[in-house]
Ligand binder design. Structure first.
Ligand code: 13P
Ligand code: SF4
Length: 350
């Protein structure tokens, strides 16, 4: 990366000292990650953000929903900054509050709302987390989805899982032993979600029709192709991948799990990894004794994660040094109150 920008970021960071705390998600660029005080998956970063009460400024190098969660979990006087406001998440955008309310009203009109527990993946807007908190549900991430589902099934007969159908389906089938027939897909663009009342009543998992545009790119053919090309390869994928891809893989887990698995792998082992490319590249560089490759032949970054680049980080930090808070992420008090309940429930999962 540009040495001048590196020096400017370092100088601004030094000038702000303990007033500043920089969080970096594993999918961030190397040029940004080098300045992160902590790195993590979305679960770890949510906990880390909450554990820095002395920091005046939390600069979140990740995407919008993560910065919102950090704002909800930190003290009111702490300011959360997203260096580029265009760093959103296409999956989070697939569940809009009005659509979810419509779905819930349908469940209520069928007499099913009282026995349905809403769960939202961390990758959702604060509005959606607020909705889930209002209705007694929980947030989950890819590292605790199984525990969240078990918790929910102790409280209700079915779950409505937002917005990632793949994490919901993969966890329900592979971790809880439900069948694919126990799952139905609710399409917010179709009247009634495209489901009959009977289908909703009989379902154990109502999956929202959302997905990650990055992990959704891996296909069964990607797995077959790499197994043919690289004999002995281990296929390791994130649970945001499609169900058939996860079934065909050898290992599945969150980004933290993927990192731990590669760290523990023996020298000389071969790994095809189905997750975001910045992380896969970094793992490859950190483990030259292992053969680490991307699960697909086409290069695939998360375009919104990648929007946080060094120029944006330098700009945000230098503005802070000058006493100006730019790109602050704030969640309104009422939404934050309910979203916090759903996040607190996640943090308290057994
Ligand atoms: P985790 O950080 O929970 O592994 O989620 C991956 C992701 O897609 C984040 O946007
Ligand atoms: Fe959203 Fe997928 Fe990018 Fe994560 S990797 S921010 S889920 S689009």
């Amino acid at each position: 990366s540009d040495p001048d920008l590196v020096a400017r970021a370092a100088a601004a960071k030094a000038a702000l000292g303990d007033r500043l705390f920089i969080l970096g998600h594993h999918y961030q660029r190397d040029e940004v990650i080098q300045f992160a005080d902590v790195t993590g998956d979305s679960f770890k970063l949510a906990k880390d953000a909450a554990a820095r009460p002395q920091a005046e400024y939390i600069v979140f190098c990740g995407v919008h929903f993560m910065a919102e969660s950090a704002d909800i979990l930190t003290a009111p006087e702490q300011k959360v900054i997203l260096p580029d406001l265009a760093a959103g998440c296409s999956m989070a955008d697939m569940a809009v509050l009005g659509q979810v309310e419509t779905a819930w009203e349908r469940l209520a009109s069928l007499g099913l709302a009282d026995t349905t527990v809403p769960i939202t993946y961390m990758n959702s807007s604060a509005d959606i987390k607020g909705f889930v908190g209002r209705h007694g549900g929980t947030v989950c991430t890819s590292s605790n989805a199984e525990r969240a589902l078990k918790w929910a099934f102790e409280r209700g007969e079915r779950v409505i899982f937002l917005p990632d159908q793949h994490l919901g389906r993969n966890t329900a089938v592979l971790e809880l032993g439900l069948s694919l027939d126990d799952c139905v897909l609710y399409d917010p663009h179709k009247p009634g979600g495209g489901l009959t009342g009977e289908q909703l009543a009989n379902a154990k998992m109502i999956l929202w029709r959302g997905h990650c545009s990055v992990h959704g790119r891996f296909t069964l053919d990607s797995v077959k192709e790499v197994r043919e090309r690289v004999p002995g390869v281990n296929v390791l994928v994130h649970p945001e991948c499609r169900h058939d891809v996860v079934l065909a893989a050898d290992f599945v887990g969150s980004t933290e799990y993927i990192i731990r698995t590669i760290e523990a792998a023996p020298a000389g082992s071969k790994w095809a990894i189905g997750t975001e490319l910045n992380l896969v590249r970094r793992l490859g560089n950190a483990h030259p004794d292992k053969q680490i490759m991307f699960l697909d032949r086409t290069v695939c970054y998360c375009s919104t994660m990648n929007r946080i680049d060094l120029p944006h980080l330098v700009w945000a930090l230098e503005e802070l040094v000058a006493g100006r808070v730019v790109n602050e992420i704030t969640v309104d008090a009422d939404t934050a109150h309910h979203a916090k309940a759903a996040l607190a429930q996640m943090l308290a999962l057994p």
